[in-house]
Design a protein around this ligand. Sequence first.
Ligand SMILES: [Fe+2]
Ligand SMILES: [Fe+2]
Length: 251
Amino acid sequence: MGGRSCPGAAGMTIKVLLLTATLLAGDLALGHAPVLAQTAGAAAATAAQPAPWREKLKLFAQASFKHPAWGYSHSLRIYNLSLQLAAADKAVVDDDVLFAAALLHDAAAFPAYAKKDVDHADRAVELAEGLLRDTGFPMAKLPKVQAVMRTHMFFREPAGPEALYFHDADSLDWLGAIGIARVTATVDLTGTIIGGVPDGPAVVRQLQAFLQAVPPRILSPAGKAMLPERRVFLERYLSTLAAQTDDFKTL
Ligand SMILES: [Fe+2]
Ligand SMILES: [Fe+2]
């Protein structure tokens, strides 16, 4: 899940963006090439034959977390991006930890797992043991998974390589074309998700907020290297949209 708050609207633009997000999700669901980082332990084996716990967790997440912004597709995307960033920095990360954290870190963005007045990241930490225990996950790695989940948001401070690359991957997913698709997908007809305002300007305000807040919080060298392209794309999108909508007045 993304910002501390969330946007609201409908219409053709949103349908197109939702379709884009859906297509991206489909591509990932088809299993297109996860990028392998330099990993500790089971990475090579998992590429060839996934451990049973991974399959169980994947099926659970696929069935339980359906949302274009913080559902299963987002989880797979940032799992792969975490590995990609770690590999670029030649950092050693535990693939098992990243996989489990990726699939469960936004569980509490879904009402069935949310807890009133508890941040979704902290709630995921509470849920992790119960959700992983019966999958066959190597539970000795649970504390690391919880640490990654706890600091996944851009405004938190990651410690250790898994937490660092996952934090940056989750943050980068709010920028660029995918950031636009995700924020737009948080709009709903009732306007209950982000700010209670189901309109385009709410999306713009959220994107502007991320553009200001997220880039300074990308912390790893590989994340910083990836940042400019996504930031510039989002800046251009917003400036073009402003030009076409009388500075958002007719949006
Ligand atoms: Fe997330
Ligand atoms: Fe989140």
